[in-house]
Design a protein around this ligand. Structure first.
Ligand code: SAH
Length: 399
């Protein structure tokens, strides 16, 4: 054991979550720190009795004051440590994907790959990286080097922006890494379909990779159906539905930029424009307009942004989910399918089920769940971290 490391001693009784392998140490759980610590430094974590619990990265600006790199008390945090983590993460993805079908996936999923603050997505020949914590920032060069060795011909792009980085007191860093200029949007393959992804201007790193399997399920479920795809972003669900033989798909999103790429995705897959419509609109308003005009659909997708960013927002979020689910149920023809999602880590599945059940009651429709959905396997759920099971979805048949 390296004894020269600074030490973080937890308050009495605050070691439980670390023992249960939750990697976050909040400021309120810390009794004291011994030694000098700069942002991103490695610190040995001990309980109040002095028993070692593992090694963490120090985040002085954040309420999450330290994030565990490892629970192995004998581990050493060095270049090799990160290399090994990346090898393990890449090996998992190699078992998940056949490159001829899908060449876009999350390669490193932060805590779920035991690398808190590190998100890396692969979009064919482009690797997009986010370093979202002080610890991740400290080891940025090491991680980039290891990724570069693994994907030597890839272009690297950084999207270290967003709220998480702000909370860590880290400046935004966005742009190309290295001297190879990317040609954005890049084209990726998902379930044998093509998508234009723009890591420069897109949401997150450019694409919602976590919905891959749920899009495929929609594609298999909507032959000859009239589909309404709410919160469409760049049309991931729409392309799968049309490729699966849907009679018509309408994408609804507030973002004109997202809809522009959605149109491009229809073209990339040589799908029939006559079977495709877009609406740049607020979904809450659009669903009401459809109701007032007596419109009906055979399948509706509701994939809203995160309504609950924290526990305190769950009640308000519940009202938002209830509202859109109630409206959508009213718009479905008998026997229609509702693909409804919540991507809020703070919204547990039983609560989401209750909200959808209440929506069905209020809409006076019988609804049964045919499938329960979650995030794709390249966004693994870390069992000790309940919030890492963030994506929940229900496919309901509504009579
Ligand atoms: N289903 C998409 C991902 C949805 S992300 C996919 O498969 O890729 C959420 C989307 O909702 C974003 O594109 C955002 O622009 C849009 N959005 C957020 N609030 C909205 C609102 N009130 N009305 C319409 N779109 C909204």
């Amino acid at each position: 054991m390296n004894t020269s490391l600074p030490e973080l001693i937890l308050k009495h009784g605050r070691e439980d979550s670390v023992i249960r392998r939750h990697p976050w140490i909040f400021s309120g759980a810390i009794h004291r720190v011994e030694g000098t610590l700069a942002a991103g430094d490695t610190v040995r974590v001990r309980d109040a009795q002095g028993r070692p619990l593992g090694l963490a990265a120090w985040s002085p600006a954040s309420q999450i004051r330290a994030r565990m790199w490892t629970f192995d008390v004998d581990a050493v945090i060095d270049d090799d440590f990160f290399r090994r983590r990346i090898v393990v993460a890449a090996a998992l993805r190699a078992t998940l994907f056949d490159e001829t079908e899908t060449n876009a996936y999350r390669l490193l999923a932060s805590e779920a790959d035991l690398l808190p603050g590190v998100i890396v997505d692969r979009y064919a020949d482009v690797i997009v990286c986010q370093f979202l914590s002080a610890g991740a920032e400290r080891w940025r060069e090491t991680i980039l080097q290891a990724l570069h060795e693994r994907f030597p011909s890839s272009i690297f792009y950084e999207r270290s922006d967003g709220e998480a980085r702000e909370k860590e007191g880290l400046p935004v860093r966005v742009g190309v890494i290295g001297d190879q200029e990317p040609d954005f949007p890049c084209t990726v393959r998902e379930n044998r379909l093509l998508f234009a992804v723009d890591p420069e201007t897109g949401h997150k790193t450019g694409f919602y990779l976590d919905q891959r399997e749920n899009r495929a399920l929609l594609g298999r479920s909507v032959r000859d159906a009239e589909v309404l795809n709410c919160f469409s972003y760049t049309g991931g669900f729409a392309v799968h539905a049309l490729a699966g033989g849907a009679a018509h798909v309408t994408d609804v999103d507030v973002s004109a930029e997202a809809l522009r790429l959605a149109r491009r995705n229809i073209e990339l897959n040589a799908l029939d424009h006559a079977r495709y419509t877009q609406q740049a609109a607020d979904v809450f308003h659009y669903l009401r307009r459809c109701r007032d005009e007596g419109k009906q659909f055979d399948a509706i997708v509701l994939d809203p942004p995160k309504f609950a960013a924290s526990k305190s927002q769950v009640d308000k979020a519940a009202r938002g989910y209830k509202d859109i689910n109630l409206l959508a149920m009213k718009l479905l023809r008998p026997g229609g399918l509702l693909f409804t999602f919540s991507c809020s880590g703070h919204m547990p599945l039983p609560l989401f089920q209750k909200i959808v059940a209440d929506a069905a009651l209020d809409a006076r429709r019988d609804a049964r769940v045919l499938h329960v959905m979650t995030q794709a396997g390249d966004h693994p759920i870390a069992l000790p971290i309940p919030e890492s099971w963030y994506l929940k979805g229900l496919v309901c048949r509504v009579e």
